[in-house]
Write a protein that binds this ligand. Structure first.
Ligand code: SAM
Length: 369
């Protein structure tokens, strides 16, 4: 511990210049994390500065600071004026090539990088992909306000596969890359994040991650040369091995790496939560499509039933007309039979009369005889 009487908390509480907005817990954590840098000529980058007060506070805390750079995309930040020439503001969207170039023109590398920008998962992943490469070995990258990673409005959620916290948790796997036992690069493990957020991750930069530390709402990623991040040899000292003497020959050996290609928990193409999400989304898509089909079938049934009912009504009408016609024809037919009968009777009556008349004529005396 450096022997400074003023802690970050006391400097922060007593600050009266430009406003700064930090959670109480961060002050003590930063004090612990930054203590060994306190007297060094640090180069610090803070993404997201708002009113600019944190830059003044960092300068008070790191009295030997070489450069304190703040980046903010709020155009009003361009009006922030500092008497101290070691405080520089770059007004730009941190996740653009332009901002990166302008920041690196002020300082090519940084010892401390703090992301206190938009807190959206995409921005956090993009900023890490862009700026971790510019962190000096032995430096520290801190993402603040990761509680937003659990909120939907910030591309987050407790089980969100692409949240910023999920990303940082995955970096814990990246640290252990040498033990995976499958032929997958660090970049390949993170391909879901790089493609979702169009972030370009670099294998060498990822191999430089030395440690990850999670604190409430903060993630601290320390950087070291890649060869300082390997497990190294197994060291066994002492000659008395009463409980297990089998270990003694392993002194100086390397980690026993066995292939995990047959391990279903290691051979998946992507992390299981991402695979599960993809399957869940596919099931939801298929369920929606089945439901749309069901609606279509119900509509077609309704149309078919209506049309069948319409046809039945028409058939009933035709049948009614035919029955009426048949009735008329039957009546006409009966009438005709009646008439025929009358005519026959009439004719028969006439014939009988004619016969009687003929008989009468033949029987009567002929006056001419
Ligand atoms: C929480 S405030 C920063 C507070 C400040 N660090 C402090 O300690 O007082 C977040 C700031 O990030 C800025 N910001 C959001 N997205 C950004 C981006 N893509 N690039 C740079 N700044 C961004 C916002 O304009 C806002 O001023």
């Amino acid at each position: 511990m450096t022997g400074h009487s003023a802690t970050l908390r006391s400097i922060f509480i007593e600050h009266s210049g430009k406003a700064s907005d930090k959670w109480a817990m961060y002050l003590d954590e930063y004090n612990r994390l930054f203590d060994s840098y306190r007297d060094l000529p640090v180069r610090l980058l803070e993404i997201g500065i708002q009113n600019g007060g944190s830059l003044e506070i960092w300068k008070k805390y790191f009295s030997n600071a070489e450069m304190i750079v703040g980046c903010d995309n709020n155009p009003v930040c361009a009006q922030l004026i500092y008497a101290d020439p070691q405080i520089v503001v770059v007004m730009a969207d941190a996740n653009t090539d332009e901002a990166e170039q302008r920041i690196r023109a002020v300082s090519a590398a940084f010892d401390l990088i703090i992301d206190d920008g938009s807190h959206h998962s995409g921005d956090i992943v993009r900023s890490f992909a862009r700026y971790f490469a510019h962190l000096a070995d032995g430096g520290m990258y801190i993402a603040e306000d990761l509680h937003c990673s659990y909120w939907q409005g910030f591309e987050g959620g407790l089980f969100h596969p692409d949240s910023s916290v999920t990303f940082f948790k995955r970096l814990a796997d990246v640290i252990n890359h040498e033990h995976w036992g499958v032929d997958v690069t660090r970049c390949e493990l993170l391909k879901g994040f790089s493609s979702k957020y169009t972030a370009t991750l670099d294998e060498v930069a990822l191999a430089s991650i030395h440690s990850i530390e999670f604190i409430n709402s903060m993630c601290v990623i320390r950087k070291a040369q890649p060869d300082a991040n390997v497990l190294g040899h197994r060291l066994i000292v002492g000659a008395e091995a009463l409980v297990c003497s089998d270990i003694l020959p392993f002194h100086g050996s390397s980690s026993l790496l066995t292939s995990q290609t047959d391990n279903p928990w290691s051979s998946e193409d992507c992390p299981l939560d991402a695979a599960l999400l993809a399957q869940t989304q596919e099931i939801a898509r298929l369920t929606a499509s089945v439901s749309a089909r069901d609606t279509e079938i119900a509509n077609l049934n309704q149309t078919a039933t209506a049309s069948a009912l319409d046809n039945l009504a028409q058939l009933a009408q035709v049948r009614q007309q035919l029955e009426t016609k048949l009735l008329q024809l039957t009546e006409q037919s009966q009438l005709r039979s009646g008439l025929e009968q009358s005519v026959k009777t009439y004719l028969q009556t006439n014939q009988d009369s004619a016969n009687v008349l003929a008989l009468l004529i033949s029987d009567s005396p002929n006056p001419a005889r």
